[in-house]
Design a protein around this ligand. Structure first.
Ligand code: UDP
Length: 328
């Protein structure tokens, strides 16, 4: 019988791609998801245990039923803007929910934990190379909530021996090239899917959030990584823990930054369509530039991102956009 891995948020964008990669690697992904932002239709690669991270009894029952060898914890609220207007939601759902999950894992004897963290934990640091040793000064409640969970993991390693791999994601984009799963948020707030919606008239023009940043073209710069490359790193992270290696933090980005205007230009050339957009105010909580300055995941984990060109990410997102979508 293959081992089980508990995948929280397995019905969401990144979690569903991780389930596919885990199944391909020979483990059974058990999705734990409350379906607040996830889609039951995205749970295709293993069993589904519906539940909420704030429900400790439900968590205990799921750990007892499946006895997972590891947890991959994707479930979280992840909108920077919302986190600034409703911080309580982020602290309760992300931090209290994660604490419940961590305690349930430890109490059930599941001592391997892979955690989705974010470059938003670094905050806005001008001219600093963002590697894993960079100071973490989040400027939004989303990043602050993720940094707090990193701290909780370190404390539970000290107290209980819970071993962890923390991945700090840069901007995740693209979709499964087979079209089995893809990105679909309701409401959508992310740049590339919003842009594709604007391109084919599914919504109004894209608004560029701020054109007065201290960057060459005045718009924010981000480091985009293909979701399939990103989840490959998680499979390697699981192996890292199974090989008894020490808890470790890895940035997951490519080291190349693209401005919002550059993403618009690439979208125009990939889709051969105009991108309707206008220029608006800055969005609260946005950092000027977030680009990974680390190759630790490549050198230590053996990660080899092969699909993370902007061209490929937009092309895969565009294919999914035209053919797939979940319905609730
Ligand atoms: N962005 C934008 N208009 C939008 C959505 C996003 O200009 O409608 C910008 C946003 O300010 C940021 C970049 O696109 O600089 C990526 O934003 P997204 O929400 O996709 O990811 P985040 O960086 O917040 O995790």
């Amino acid at each position: 019988m293959a081992d089980h891995v508990l995948v929280t948020g397995g019905a969401g964008y990144i979690g569903s791609h991780a389930c596919k990669a885990l199944a391909a690697a020979g483990v059974i992904p058990v999705t734990f998801d409350n379906l607040v932002t996830g889609w039951e239709e995205a749970v295709k690669f293993g069993p589904f245990a519906q539940g909420d991270l704030l429900d400790r009894a439900r968590l205990d029952a799921v750990f007892a039923e499946y006895q997972p060898i590891a947890v991959m914890h994707f479930a979280a609220l992840s909108q920077v803007g919302e986190s600034m207007s409703e911080p309580g939601k982020y602290w309760r759902n992300n931090v209290s929910g994660s604490l419940n999950l961590i305690e349930a894992a430890v109490d059930s004897g599941c001592m391997n934990f892979v955690f989705s963290s974010t470059c938003a934990t670094y905050g806005d640091q001008d001219n600093v190379v963002l590697d894993e040793n960079s100071a973490q000064y989040p400027i939004n409640a989303y990043g602050a909530s993720k940094r707090a969970i990193e701290d909780i993991l370190r404390d539970f390693e000290t107290s209980n021996g819970l071993r962890h791999v923390i991945f700090r994601y840069f901007n995740v984009a693209g979709a499964d090239p087979d079209g089995e799963v893809g990105e679909f948020h309701q409401p959508e707030t992310h740049l590339i899917p919003l842009m594709l919606d604007a391109i084919d008239g599914k919504r109004d023009a894209l608004t560029i959030f701020g054109t007065d940043y201290d960057t060459p073209d005045g718009t924010c710069i981000r480091d985009y990584v293909h979701v399939c490359d990103l989840v490959d790193a998680h499979v390697l992270g699981l192996k890292w823990l199974q090989d008894d290696k020490a808890s470790r933090v890895f940035n997951l980005g490519t080291g190349s930054g693209f401005s919002v205007r550059e993403v618009i230009d690439h979208s125009r050339s990939v889709t051969n369509r105009e991108v309707p957009y206008n220029e608006g105010d800055r969005r609260a909580g946005d950092c000027t530039k977030l680009v990974s300055g680390s190759s630790r995941a490549v050198s230590e984990l053996g990660w080899s991102p092969t699909r993370s060109t902007l061209q490929q990410m937009i092309a895969d997102a565009w294919r999914w956009h035209q053919t797939g979508h979940y319905s609730k």
